[in-house]
Design a protein. Structure first.
Length: 207
């Protein structure tokens, strides 16, 4: 049984929420080992802000640790659980011709994508890319919202809400689409991937 995606509970837990949504998308509930969920939560929310407060986000290092542990984990009681991952950084994260992100999506994989959350480069966000066409990438954004975007952002992205889409399991449809040109922008813009040297993306496929 496939389980509906979840939304993040706070302003800071987008990474563990997106990781768990990725696994729910790739596997049936019966095939997901509880140890995997435990490790995702254990390694996440490791960021410390300038005031010394823990849990105000998740670092790229923590994302890599999660992926390495999950890929190497081979539980005897969950023989259907096995993933292949690729952690992309910098110039490897782009949407130009023959890019690895869309290739992964076309094979049925997912892309956990780091996005800018403001125009100053001080806030970032993770969302789960599920599908792509010639103009847009389609995501499940774990940050719940009730209003669509406004101004210039409304020209670059659409909040789709909880509408069910053909080809997706119930509760696992994309709720956001973002234009490719906005995503691939090197500027600090809402939901762009931002400057090349700061880009990160985690590709996960079931094997």
């Amino acid at each position: 049984m496939k389980i509906p995606f979840r939304y993040q509970a706070t302003n800071y837990d987008c990474v563990p929420t997106t990781f768990i949504n990725a696994l729910q998308y790739l596997f049936e509930r019966e095939d997901l080992p509880p140890e995997v969920i435990h490790k995702v939560m254990q390694y996440s929310l490791d960021s410390i802000n300038k005031r010394g407060e823990l849990g105000r986000g998740t670092t790229g290092l923590a994302c890599q640790l999660i992926l390495q542990w999950v890929e190497s984990y081979k539980p005897k009681d969950f023989r259907n659980f096995s993933i292949n991952y690729r952690y992309l950084q910098g110039e490897d994260v782009h949407l130009k011709q023959n890019n690895t992100i869309v290739s992964c999506l076309n094979r049925g994989g997912v892309a956990l994508t780091r996005l800018c959350n403001n125009k100053t480069g001080t806030e970032f966000h993770y969302a789960l890319a599920l599908n792509a066409d010639t103009e847009y990438l389609y995501f499940f954004d774990p940050y719940y919202r009730v209003k669509n975007f406004s101004g210039d952002d409304a020209k670059a992205m659409d909040w789709l809400g909880d509408t069910e889409r053909e080809g997706f399991s119930k509760g696992q449809s994309p709720n956001l689409r973002i234009r490719r040109d906005r995503l691939d922008s090197e500027k600090y813009e809402k939901y762009s991937m931002g400057p090349i040297e700061e880009r990160e993306c985690c590709l996960i496929e079931r094997i």
